[in-house]
Design a protein around this ligand. Structure first.
Ligand code: AHR
Length: 529
């Protein structure tokens, strides 16, 4: 592994100084206090979840190539992609959509593959032969070691269809559906961790009003049956962007079991949905605009947190403390959405992935950690070949994206305890946009070490970071960095290692005082023990 040392950073600084002396001056220092003495909520590992939809080559080609493919596979699943995702410790996969979920009839995807019906998939107007169905989904997540989040069809389905799917998956008695599952090769029930009732019901999931969907949610939820100890969390389809009316209606009207409400937010240039950047070869305006857009998610989370807490305080006031529950706010679609790559089917949503996406991922994680008690699950859109992907494939070739690398660097945060971070940092301004220079979060892992995630959003200037870790004296510190010379650094099938993390030994820890120079446009994850 390469090592990124202070001298590397210095050489970089000197080089920048020679070209543009003004840009080499560090900004005002960044002062951070990490409150290890005031631990917060556990960061549920499911915050690092993935979304895999029947969209473009997200499943077929990207994950599943079939047993007869020349691409090395296990029961049809690409060995390279499975190995990469296993290494990422993916905790949970959401499937089969997205908008696709409301077209999907689960019976199309069970039984002998040659008997399964082919259907048109509206994403890209292509045929889905249904050779990846329920059994294959569970086989795939078993291979990578993840849990299941299954999204039921509300838009074109019925409560009966959704209830029967849940019974087919989780039933443990000798019912007709369980016998059918056994006949299809699966004796034991599968574990469904989350069962979602619809998707984007304000749009592709049925264009509904919040009150109408809230009633529908109650109706569906009333009829879902699973063995008592295998009941999944029930997830309602919620808002997007600045909207809060679905969350409000659901929180006020939920009668049947409601464990969490979903939320979607895509990072686009805006202000109109159509205004999207290119994934590579973008300008500095595209860099900062994207980062400033992605940071808006914190305002949306806060708004929902306030709203949900206020409604919970009223509706649960009569309950004893132990019976009160905090409904989850699950961000099950997030990430960047750019123009499709030239020459690809526009419905396939194929996009390259650069250092900018890496910073987006780190900044989002740093925000999610702060709201760990409410944001207990997220799934980035999407795992392979679609939108802000971890992995891109082209025939037998595969590459890991900068976003993959950030997920990998942030692995220690899974199930660690979030620590409050107080931060005073300068700003980075370009054109009409201004963003904080540094984004940060911290947590205490189960083995007692402190993990710190940092991102420098400024593409030109290093940030001089001084941090105090209150309530902890650490002996040594180690770290990793992801950075590159250009804002749109990315991996290609010919050069798959252009950008990858290297050891970062630029942080100094004396007692509980940490100092480092955080290079421009970088993500650093440190671990102090
Ligand atoms: O992730 C792509 C699509 O974006 C999903 O299918 C849909 O839910 C959202 O609009």
């Amino acid at each position: 592994m390469k090592i990124y040392t202070q001298s590397c950073a210095l050489i970089g600084l000197i080089a920048i100084a020679l070209i543009a002396p003004a840009a080499a001056q560090p900004q005002q220092g960044t002062n951070v206090t990490i409150r290890a003495d005031r631990p917060g909520a556990v960061i549920n590992k499911n915050v690092y979840g993935q979304f895999s939809e029947h969209l473009g080559t997200g499943i077929y080609e990207g994950i599943y190539v079939g047993e007869n493919s020349p691409i090395p596979n296990t029961r049809g699943f690409r060995n390279d992609v499975v190995a990469a995702l296993k290494e990422l410790k993916v905790p949970m996969v959401r499937w089969p959509g997205g908008c696709f979920a409301d077209y999907y009839h689960w019976r199309d995807g069970i039984g002998p593959k040659d008997k399964r019906p082919a259907r048109i998939n509206g994403w890209g107007n292509v045929t889905d032969k249904n050779s990846f169905g329920t059994n294959e989904f569970f086989d795939f997540i078993d291979l990578i070691g993840a849990d299941a989040y299954v999204n039921a069809n509300v838009g074109s389905g019925t409560p009966q269809e959704a209830a029967e799917w849940l019974e087919y998956m989780t039933g443990d008695q000798d019912t007709a559906l369980v016998k059918e599952r056994r006949a299809n090769g699966r004796e034991k029930p599968w574990k469904v961790s989350i069962y979602a009732i619809g998707n984007e019901t304000w749009g592709c999931g049925g264009n509904m009003r919040p009150e109408y969907y809230a009633d529908l949610y109650n109706q569906y939820s009333t009829f879902m049956r699973a063995p008592h100890d295998a009941r999944p969390e029930m997830l309602a389809s919620g808002d997007h962007d600045a909207r809060t009316d679905f969350t409000t209606a659901l929180m006020k009207n939920a009668r049947a079991g409601l464990d969490a409400i979903s939320f979607h937010y895509y990072t686009i240039l805006g202000p109109k949905w159509e205004n999207k950047d290119t994934a590579i070869s973008f300008s500095e305006a595209g860099w900062i605009n994207t980062l400033s857009q992605t940071l808006k998610i914190e305002g949306f989370i806060k708004k929902h947190e306030t709203l949900m807490s206020a409604i919970e305080a009223k509706t649960q006031a009569q309950k004893p403390q132990a019976e009160r529950k905090k409904i989850g706010f699950y961000i099950d679609e997030w990430g960047t959405w750019y123009k499709p790559e030239p020459g690809t089917n526009p419905g396939f949503l194929v996009q390259q992935n650069t250092l900018r996406d890496a910073i987006v991922a780190a900044a989002n994680f740093n925000i999610f950690h702060k709201y760990a008690d409410r944001v207990r699950m997220t799934s980035i859109a999407q795992t392979v070949n679609v939108l802000q992907a971890m992995v891109l494939t082209d025939g037998p070739k595969m590459l890991l994206t900068p976003t993959y690398h950030v997920f990998h660097m942030y692995k220690p945060f899974q199930d660690a305890t979030s620590l409050p971070v107080e931060i005073k940092t300068g700003t980075y301004t370009y054109g009409k946009w201004t963003v904080p220079q540094v984004s940060a979060s911290a947590a205490r892992t189960k083995d007692g070490s402190i993990v710190i995630g940092l991102a420098n959003l400024d593409p030109h200037k290093p940030a001089q970071v001084s941090a105090i870790i209150t309530g902890m004296r650490a002996g040594h510190i180690k770290g990793e960095i992801l950075t590159a010379d250009t804002m749109d650094a990315h991996n290609t099938f010919d050069k798959p290692e252009e950008i990858h993390p290297v050891v970062f030994d630029g942080a100094k820890l004396v007692g509980n005082k940490l100092t480092l120079s955080l290079p421009p446009k970088s993500v650093v994850v440190l671990s102090a023990q």
